[in-house]
Design a protein around this ligand. Structure first.
Ligand code: PMV
Length: 331
């Protein structure tokens, strides 16, 4: 029974918009840091059953999340030997972070599922092919196949075989993350729906896309040159441009809560006082601060000052997805 582990990641240059929905091809590239503290372990057993089953953190899944996993497993089975392809999968996942809080779990989830399913159905896929596969589950999952700083390439092929991530080499900066968990209120607009509404209705969607390639190259340069100030300007600019395009959609998509805005101010005040720190925010209210490991606890303490910040999770850079011997002990 293969068991895989994968970490989530946080995008420094965001992915927001698809060039093909069926194959889940991104309109542009993106750049991320894999995060050790946000991790999924996934175990797969092949069974002679009529359907796949999925359990996440002890809860049996039905409906959309099971369907999504099952459709993904079909992609793996499509290339498997007939006697294996006939068999269904019993999938058990455990995460180290609160899924209910709305932290993106699809990146680590589909990266771990890709690695475990490829092993279970005996498909020897190299990291590039695993990244292409993981992308079919979720765009950000393609990046979680790799550790550290990772660049996702949009590719140009219609079949998407060049739309995959690759690790960035020669990086001269080490960054850790402090994630301010905020607001567990109403459900946010999911990333696929948010991208779709933005692409169809936002007058700023084209302008947002025009920022991405330039930001990707500039971010790579800043990472290789160890220029944290330059990187901060790019990371915050990419995040705010992505959110600006979503805000201008009809109806407007607003992921920030009041505490998110407070946290942006807090990060900027820290930076003014000399702490090398920057923020980014995904499709939700949680701010992620990025800073060198030596100051991350100080940043986390500052973000924890607000009563609406339920918890701050700190994380170092994580490794790429891989097979492991055992599932973690249940907490
Ligand atoms: O991987 P998806 O389809 O959930 O999209 C991720 C979208 C953002 O998290 C907002 C940005 C990103 O690049 O991760």
């Amino acid at each position: 029974m293969p068991i895989a582990t994968a970490c989530a990641n946080i995008a420094l240059v965001k992915y927001w918009g698809k060039r093909d929905s069926a194959l889940n091809l991104p309109a542009r590239g993106s750049l991320s840091l894999t995060l050790d503290a946000l991790r999924t372990h996934t175990e797969i057993e092949l069974v002679d059953a009529p359907a796949d089953s999925l359990e996440i953190d002890g809860a049996r899944q039905h409906g959309r999340s099971l369907e999504r996993a099952s459709r993904f497993l079909d992609l793996v089975r499509a290339g498997a030997a007939p006697e294996l392809a006939r068999r269904r999968a019993r999938v058990i996942s455990a995460t180290t972070f609160p899924i209910a809080a709305g932290l993106a779990s699809s990146a680590s989830g589909f990266a771990a599922l890709a690695v475990a399913a490829a092993a279970a159905y005996r498909r020897p896929l190299d990291p590039h092919a695993l990244s292409v596969l993981a992308r079919r589950g979720s765009g950000s999952a393609a990046r979680s196949i790799f550790g550290g700083f990772v660049r996702m390439h949009a590719g140009v092929r219609a079949d998407g075989l060049d739309a995959a991530a690759a690790p960035l080499d020669g990086v001269a900066l080490e960054l850790a993350a402090a994630i301010a968990l905020a607001g567990e209120g109403e459900k946010e607009v999911g990333s696929t729906e948010g991208m779709d509404v933005t692409a169809r209705t936002s007058p700023y969607f084209g302008a947002w896309l025009d920022t991405v390639d330039r930001d990707l190259d500039a971010a790579e340069r800043a990472l290789r040159g160890g220029d944290i100030e330059a990187l901060a300007a790019i990371v915050e600019g990419s995040c705010l441009a992505m959110h600006a395009s979503a805000l201008a959609a009809r109806p407007g998509i607003l992921y920030f809560k009041a505490v998110t805005l407070w946290a942006i101010d807090r990060v900027r005040a820290l930076r003014q006082s000399g702490v090398p720190v920057m923020f980014t925010i995904d499709a939700g209210p949680h701010l992620v601060a990025l800073a060198p490991p030596s100051v991350i606890d100080r940043v986390a303490a500052a973000l924890g000052e607000h009563p609406d910040v339920a918890r701050v999770i700190t994380s170092h850079a994580g490794e790429g997805a891989h097979l492991v011997e055992a599932m973690p002990e249940r907490a």
